[in-house]
Design a protein around this ligand. Structure first.
Ligand SMILES: Nc1ncnc2c1ncn2[C@@H]1O[C@H](COP(=O)(O)OP(=O)(O)O)[C@@H](O)[C@H]1O
Ligand SMILES: [Mg+2]
Length: 274
């Protein structure tokens, strides 16, 4: 594949706020003992700045691979990933990419404040401004009472809130989440979904959220992208026709059930087709 660009590039745009994502013909092949495994084979995906997109698909289809490629944590074997609106991103004002994993990945020897402040410390922000920013982020996720607790003293849901606050404290233009709430109980997960949706609405960031839950995707996102078995292709790409304001009882409505059924049908289609 000579001449195919393989690097992750960033290009200028005047608008602040979220980042645009352009995934163009991306190919990613892993070596295994059985030979090469083609995970992504010419995948195209565009996400507009400020959108909230959920990515669904069968286990092992390449969702995490796609997210890592978007983040620049991995390089494609072909094609390219372009992020627009990444300029102006620097080490003092933040505004870059934040990534949230299923495991909260907290430092056990640091309390809540110490964990949330960490990215700002690494960016070299002054002690006072980083503490103010961290306390504000902690308040937004409802953990003000727990600032001086250590990870071992927190529930799974609280740990994930810390992880979210640590991601938000840098005021990212692009927030990538890889099944972040999958290990939590249903009630906790729904609360976190509501908080994440509120955080997104008051910012202008772009969010890409990987989940295997159709109802979580429909509650959270403006758009759902359903991938097939590997090599992943887009089975369905739907705009979710739900109000922007999503009270929790939206989950019990007919319109919510209709959207969820549509995404579920696409998932089934992606499992069956080769
Ligand atoms: N670094 C790697 N080396 C080898 N194989 C990998 C690597 N990362 C992912 N894979 C394989 O690629 C496929 C897709 O993985 P992944 O993107 O994690 O899927 P998903 O997140 O959709 O469950 C899987 O078969 C996985 O085993
Ligand atoms: Mg995964």
């Amino acid at each position: 594949m000579a001449g195919v660009m393989t690097q992750v590039t960033t290009r200028g745009s005047a608008a602040a706020g979220g980042m645009d994502i352009a995934v163009r013909g991306v190919r990613r092949v892993f070596e295994s003992h059985r030979g090469p495994v083609s995970v992504l084979e010419g995948l195209d995906l565009d996400v507009e700045a400020g959108d909230f997109v959920a990515i669904l698909g069968p286990s092992g289809c390449g969702k995490s691979t796609l997210l890592r490629l978007i983040a620049g944590l991995d390089r494609p074997d072909g094609g390219q990933v372009e992020l627009r609106g990444a300029e102006g991103t620097n080490t003092t004002s933040g505004g870059g990419i934040a990534y949230v994993f299923q495991d909260a990945h907290l430092l056990p020897w640091r309390d809540v404040l110490g964990n949330v402040v960490l990215p700002l410390e690494l960016m070299g922000q002054s002690r006072r401004s980083r503490k103010t920013a961290a306390l504000a982020a902690i308040e937004k996720v409802g953990l003000s009472e727990a600032v001086d607790r250590y990870p071992a003293q927190l529930s799974g849901g609280m740990r994930m809130r810390v992880s979210l606050a640590r991601a938000m404290v840098t005021r990212p233009r692009l927030l990538l989440l890889d099944e972040p709430f999958a290990a939590l109980d249903e009630i906790t997960r729904q609360h976190l979904d509501e908080e994440l949706r509120a955080l997104w609405r008051e910012s202008r960031m772009t969010v890409v959220f990987v989940t295997h839950s159709t109802s979580e995707a429909v509650y959270l996102a403006e758009r759902a992208v359903v991938l097939s078995k590997r090599p992943a292709r887009i089975v369905r790409d739907v705009l979710l026709k739900l109000p922007s304001d999503r009270p929790k009882d939206l989950r019990g409505t007919a319109e919510f059930a209709r959207e969820t059924a549509g995404v579920y049908a696409a998932l089934e289609e992606g499992e069956i087709l080769p």
